[in-house]
Design a protein around this ligand. Structure first.
Ligand code: ADP
Ligand code: MG
Length: 701
């Protein structure tokens, strides 16, 4: 979102020089509008804070205090101890390791906030490895940082290293408000604003950062959240209106190809698959474009449903495009679809970014001539040089990755084709509305028969020898295993290194003698495909990989999955990973390795994630727990709603606002479809900005 009157380069804010504006830019903050809309992650209200000395052991809390002393206590395990005085008494914060970095971070006299669990040690309150944030140092002359309600900002490691921590952001925001707040014009028509009971925009911008009370901060956030939701809903309302009049393709629903496919399958469709497919065919026969979401847990059999839909289009002489989020998944789809469609004589082609230029040209030509009936690919399908002759159906397999779909691009390439979006994430209804607007939804709520549920266990790292022995045993019985390593840092390189090192160590150590293969995101197409297909053919016993296998890979003979550092994964991601096993008739096991008491203790949230997975296999339940866990939650952590378009609004928590925004949007668009009235000018600018800035997530058209 942007506020049109604040589209001023952030470098014009007093105190933000070259260096800082570069740092801000790297965090996506380019304008004053961006800066002011990056609202605090959280506020601390010092007036209502209980003194640490009075808290019972085990309480999760935030303490604000002044650093009395900071230093290393030598010993077998050197510790770094920071002692704070919070007005009532002293609190010790203790770290094992990381001493150098911490030494630089804390100065005597600093005012800091620390968050974590209060314990007792020798009668004194103590926090081990708390999260922390420096609020003010002694030489700060403006004490705005230590006022009564203190805003805490999300910062990236890069920003912190460059000297732009939460404190620096606070100063920049204050300066921006002082200089530019007077220039803000509220884009919301007065009537809409009062109807929804919202603050005027200038007030909201101020109170979102520097409120008098926490309640004011929340009301301010609601106002800004409403604007975000309204924009989204306006885009949807316009799309809805357009779609109502837009001609689509009325397919005949021919069974010329689907009939033979169904007859050739080694299994019968589940009832859920039959229902979903007939809903899809009914949509496809209508003369306006289909817009349907196919929702089904990992392993519920979405692929064959997608293929059936594609064949309905192909039977009428149209082409179908199937878009996957990663190359591995696209390749996997290709081989699955080819296997299924081979008997039908329907050509299936692949188009991905890393293809050699000549091959790509050849496939593009086949797409343009219409010779390629079904085209599987990645985002490469959206590039300029790809022109379909007669695109009839677009299937977007986005697995659990919310919001990555870019329908606009593919849609531009012919008459409006039908669209089917597939997701493995069971999405609550409110979220469906937010993300997908008016999509119709089909649900695969039934797994194919004969599956044994995956048993999930959480183990500590010291059990690794026994776990690897278990892997050997399973391989001894003819099964296969996945060993998954997490992202080490936010870089594919180190990611690759972790998996590569583990691979070497396993090969020469605990798994020697087994046939191992390595798979990571930096591998080129050919070796990657070679590793995957060798695993698929059963020529590899254990696949050591990074999370590239997370999506879609289908090897029914694999019965063990071991996930290292499971605490670093998100809940949906672990559930997806786990879905790679338990796909055949064999009893399968997923072992999550995570240490509750390592150098860095597990957060409550990580613990809850792991426990949830051990407890349930049900994707819907997992999704619900995930939404709950990711609610207001974590102290200084980055926002992780997973919705790139919503920075301020929370699609579940703000359900009431969402409804109001929907109503307001339909009224606005009903009365003024192009927002051309003078009082809608700013709103119109915001909508245009939003549509120009990024390919629309929510299904334009
Ligand atoms: P997902 O929904 O995760 O994409 P897939 O489409 O990959 O699931 O299907 C998972 C596995 O189930 C595949 O091996 C597929 O062949 C198999 N399968 C799909 N439908 C059925 C069915 N009705 N009966 C038995 N097996 C099925
Ligand atoms: Mg799939």
């Amino acid at each position: 979102m942007t506020i049109p009157s604040l589209n001023i380069p952030v470098a014009e804010v007093r105190g933000v020089g070259q260096k800082r504006s570069a740092l801000l830019r790297s965090a996506g903050i380019e304008t004053v509008s961006d800066l002011l809309l990056r609202i605090p992650r959280r506020h601390i209200d010092r007036r209502t804070m209980a003194p640490a000395a009075d808290l019972p052991a085990g309480t999760e809390t935030t303490v604000v205090g002044t650093v009395v002393s900071a230093g290393v206590v030598p010993g077998k395990r050197p510790r770094f101890i920071v002692t704070l005085h919070d007005g009532s008494g002293r609190v010790d914060c203790v770290w094992f390791g990381g001493v150098k970095f911490l030494h630089r971070a804390f100065q005597k006299g600093d005012v800091v906030a620390v968050g974590g669990k209060v314990e007792r040690f020798g009668g004194r309150p103590q926090m081990v490895h708390p999260e922390f944030e420096i609020l003010a140092s002694e030489e700060d002359e403006d004490r705005l940082h230590t006022g009564r309600v203190i805003p805490l900002y999300p910062t990236t490691a890069e920003m912190k290293e460059g000297g732009l921590d939460s404190r620096g952001l606070r100063r920049a925001v204050r300066a921006a408000l002082d200089a530019f707040l007077g220039e803000v014009t509220d884009p919301l028509p007065e009537r809409v604003r009062t109807q929804a009971g919202l603050m005027p925009l200038p007030d909201a911008l101020k109170q979102a950062h520097f409120p008098e009370t926490l309640a004011d901060a929340e009301r301010a956030r609601e106002r800004l959240a409403f604007d975000e939701l309204l924009l989204m809903q306006v885009v949807l309302a316009r799309a809805r209106q357009r779609r109502a009049t837009e001609p689509g393709i009325a397919f005949s629903g021919s069974e010329a190809l689907t009939g033979p496919l169904l007859a050739s399958l080694p299994y019968a469709l589940t009832r859920a698959q039959q229902r979903a497919f007939s809903e899809i065919v009914a949509d496809m026969r209508r003369s306006h474009p289909m817009n349907r979401l196919l929702q089904g847990d990992v392993g519920s059999g979405k692929t064959v449903v997608a293929l059936l839909a594609a064949l309905v289009a192909v039977a009428d002489g149209y082409q179908a495009a199937i878009m996957a989020p990663t190359e591995i998944l696209a390749e996997q789809h290709l081989s699955n679809l080819r296997a299924l469609a081979s008997a039908l004589g329907t050509p299936v082609r692949l188009l991905v970014g890393r293809m050699p230029a000549a091959e790509r040209r050849r496939v593009s030509a086949e797409i343009a001539s219409g010779e390629a009936s079904i085209v599987v690919g990645t985002h490469a399908l959206l590039s300029e040089d790809v022109r379909f002759r007669r695109l009839g159906l677009v299937v977007i397999d986005e697995q659990h990755r919310f919001g990555v779909f870019q329908r606009a691009g593919l849609r531009g390439k012919g008459v409006t084709p039908d669209t089917l979006v597939m997701t493995a994430t069971p999405i609550p209804r409110t979220l469906t509305l937010t993300l997908y607007g008016d999509l119709e939804v089909s649900v695969l709520d039934e797994l194919p028969p004969g599956r044994t549920p995956v048993r999930t266990a959480w183990r500590t790292a010291d059990r690794r020898p026994a776990i690897l022995q278990f892997v050997r045993d399973e391989v001894g019985k003819g099964r296969q295993a996945y060993l998954v390593y997490p992202l080490v840092e936010a870089s594919e390189k180190s990611d690759m290194k972790a998996a590569t090192e583990a691979f070497e160590a396993l090969r020469s150590g605990p798994l020697s003698g087994l046939r191992l293969a390595l798979l990571h995101g930096q591998m080129k197409g050919a070796p990657k495909e070679a590793a995957m297909s060798a695993f698929q053919r059963g020529e590899v016993d254990a696949l050591v990989s990074t999370t590239v296998i997370e999506v879609g890979v289908d090897v029914p003979n694999a019965s063990v999955m071991v996930v290292e550092h499971a605490e670093r994964f998100g809940l949906p991601q672990l559930h997806q990973l786990r879905g790679r096993v338990g796909r055949g008739a064999h009893a399968s096991t997923c072992i999550l390795i995570a240490d509750p008491t390592g150098d860095v203790p597990l957060s409550e949230e990580a613990r809850a994630r792991l426990e949830a997975l051990v407890r349930t296999n049900d994707g819907f339940e997992v999704a619900e727990i995930d939404l709950r866990l990711r609610g207001p939650g974590d102290l200084f952590g980055a926002r992780q709603s997973g919705l790139p378009d919503l920075r301020i609004a929370h699609p579940v928590r703000d359900a009431r606002l969402l409804n109001e925004a929907r109503q307001a949007a339909s009224q606005l668009i009903g009365a003024d479809p192009d927002l051309s009235a003078p009082e809608h000018r700013l709103l119109r600018e915001m909508v245009d900005w939003r549509q120009g800035k990024r390919v629309d997530l929510v299904g334009v058209g």
